[in-house]
Design a protein around this ligand. Structure first.
Ligand SMILES: Cc1ncc(COP(=O)(O)O)c(C=O)c1O
Length: 420
């Protein structure tokens, strides 16, 4: 694996170039050579016949490789100037393959304090019994970073903006400090359009393609993108061995989602800022966070690190809010939404509201949630593609309802989940 330079000057954020936008439409897609079909077929097969021993045409068995999955892998790699990615059934399968691929018993992994709850669960419940010790650190605090790196971790794993707090991590700064360790960035929230981790010095970009990339609430998936061929070979071998390979149909749907990602993602980002500004002006919100807001605590880093789309800088489609009245008010708010659905996904066409403390991060111990800044009153919104005016009307009406005493529908359920 190629050594990383110890100091990486942060490149100025770039605009998504014309040819890059074209790549979203064309990468991994070419007319089917046998029929001319412009949409490549779904190779829904487990097995590929061979013309005698060793006479395969590049594919043998779909757990090891499949042409439809290979097309998606080619596209995702190309979007980061990398060789074909390694695709997985889910984002968690991709993260598991990464951990198993680069860590062994006795190794350490340093994980940023605010990451998706499933990653914390994986570290605590699967890695720890295997003798792989996870240290959780504050990536915004130099002392905490140094302390985590002093343990000579084999892998440093960060997420930016973090789920659900939207805390940003300066990827180039961590890459410069973490020389000697592999650096993986979960780039699910920004997508390759909003952030190019490999350009900033990371070794691996990690995706839950379930979110913005597939983008239609229809398909689970994950991907690992890297430039180092030896690392990719290792990751591919783990995938084949544990059998977490993506399926042809889901790869096909994900490839289709990728085609419209630049259009969808920029709209998600634009609407998220409009909604965030409206919520911030509402008297019943205490804190509203979105990296595009002037009040965002890491505004400078957002401006320096996030890339531009056609019209705007891409700060993501997620907004978080703390409502006056804390947890009880959040429960009433969630129970009063009509247009916005209460659900556990993000990056979809429809706007979704999530209560991280009981949903996405329900398995993270309460003290660790607190350290990561995940308050019990925190609500995460994934802003969809509806007219922002309709969203604002629904959200503001639910905010008004959040201050009334009467419990709304849904409140009992959320309370039970928090208690469990
Ligand atoms: C940032 C992030 N990474 C990884 C995952 C896991 O992805 P999946 O649900 O596809 O396994 C999620 C899921 O919410 C996520 O938000």
């Amino acid at each position: 694996m190629s050594p990383r330079p110890t100091t990486t000057p942060p490149p100025a954020p770039r605009r998504t170039g014309t040819s890059e936008r074209t790549a979203y439409v064309r990468a991994g897609r070419r007319p089917d050579p046998s029929t001319g079909a412009v949409v490549a077929p779904i190779h829904q097969t487990t097995t590929f016949a061979q013309a005698g021993l060793g006479g395969d045409l590049g594919f043998t068995y779909s757990r090891a490789g499949n042409p439809t999955v290979a097309a998606l892998e080619e596209a995702l790699g190309a979007l980061e100037g990398a060789p074909p990615a390694v695709c997985h059934k889910t984002g968690m399968a991709a993260i598991t393959a990464l951990f198993l691929g680069v860590l062994q018993g006795g190794d350490r992994v340093a994980i940023a304090r605010a990451v998706y709850g499933g990653t914390v669960r994986l570290a605590r419940e699967i890695l720890d019994p295997l003798g792989i010790e996870a240290t959780f650190f504050d990536p915004t605090d130099a002392e905490s970073v140094d302390a985590a790196l002093a343990g000579a971790p084999r892998l440093v794993f960060i997420e930016t903006p973090a789920n659900p707090t939207l805390e940003l991590v300066d990827v180039a700064a961590i890459a410069a400090r973490a020389a000697g360790a592999l650096l993986a960035v979960d780039n699910t929230f920004q997508t390759p359009l909003g952030l190019q981790p490999l350009e900033l010095g990371a070794d691996v970009s990690v995706y839950s393609t379930t979110k913005f990339i597939e983008g239609h609430d229809a398909t689970l998936g994950g991907a690992l993108v890297a430039r180092d061929e030896a690392l990719l070979t290792r990751l591919r071998r783990i995938t084949k061995s544990v059998g977490s390979t993506q399926s042809p149909f889901e790869a096909w749907l994900t490839l289709r989602g990728l085609t419209t990602l630049p259009l969808r993602y920029e709209q998600h980002c634009e609407s998220a800022l409009v909604v965030a500004e409206a919520l911030e002006a509402h008297p019943f919100t205490e804190t509203v966070r979105h990296p595009g807001l002037a009040s965002f605590p890491q505004r400078e880093l957002a401006e320096q690190q996030h890339r531009f789309g056609r019209r705007i800088q891409l700060h993501g489609g997620i907004v978080t809010l703390q409502i006056r009245g804390g947890f009880d008010a959040a429960v009433r708010f969630l129970g009063s939404l009509r247009l916005v659905l209460v659900a556990e996904n993000l990056g979809a066409p429809g706007t979704l509201a999530t209560h991280p403390a009981s949903m996405t991060h329900g398995d993270v111990p309460a003290d660790q949630r607190k350290a990561a800044g995940i308050d019990e009153g925190l609500v995460r919104l994934s802003i969809g593609l509806e007219d922002p005016a309709d969203l604002i009307a629904d959200l503001c009406r639910a905010l008004d309802a959040s201050q009334r005493e009467t419990p709304s529908r849904g409140s009992a359920k959320v309370s039970e989940e928090v208690a469990s």
